[in-house]
Ligand binder design. Sequence first.
Ligand SMILES: [Zn+2]
Length: 287
Amino acid sequence: MTTQPLKQPRWAKKLSAHARLFGSVDANSDTNCTVIAAHPGDEIVGAGCLISKLANVSVVHVTDGARDLEVAKAAGFEDVASYAKARKQECVDALTLANVSEDRVIEFAARDTLACDCLSELTKQIAHHLQESRAEIVLTHPYEGGHPDHDATALATHAALKLMKLNGFKPPTLFEMALHPGNDDISKVTEFLPGAEGETTTLVLDQHATELKRRMLECLKSQQQSIKSSPLGYERFRLPPEYDFSAPPQEGKLHYENFDWAPRSEEWLARARNAMNDLFSARGARL
Ligand SMILES: [Zn+2]
């Protein structure tokens, strides 16, 4: 099914980005939003209900979510490619319930865990997509050291908006969805890490929305272990704080540094600094 944007009342155009994203159905019926998720399924857990309220939304998966053979086998697949394909299809199935058609789901195919290896390319891909889709609002991850791909996606999205501005385009308004890995390295927690300033908007799901979210989560068959403890009743969002991507998001050991599969913070930061130099040097800041 193709999503058909509804005709928007003239008054809705004058509303703030916040009202157009979180307001009544009339206010957000034509809000043009792109959700940029590091892994297939992040958008469902973090923003599935919000997505279902929007008639004009596209979803970008930065990586295919298939880290390695060990993870693929643990999820019941013979190889990495089958696992990646299944994860994409599960998201397509879940997004169909929210009236988002498959052609609005875009894969960027960065390597899972190592999205930080291609930050410059990723930034330009995101900027091109936002420019072509004419997104008014972009929704992505916060920079909080939970997962290196979430941080890479946050950096690339922020950098893409800066790049658009430098090239004379009006960038969309950026919001963040609350989603970070739990301490067990499996579960997904729909909260922002404490410490950052700023107001949080909580979308409280009524009975109908909770049932829809439950059905959307059920579509993520290979992710059931990681989402079984994710709360169903709310989703949280906020405007991003000011970030310095050349410095760690927090003091001390970052969450992802607890795991062997992840890069160390210093390795991630070295790639981030290189990308920012590359993107915003005199010659590089072109789309
Ligand atoms: Zn993720």
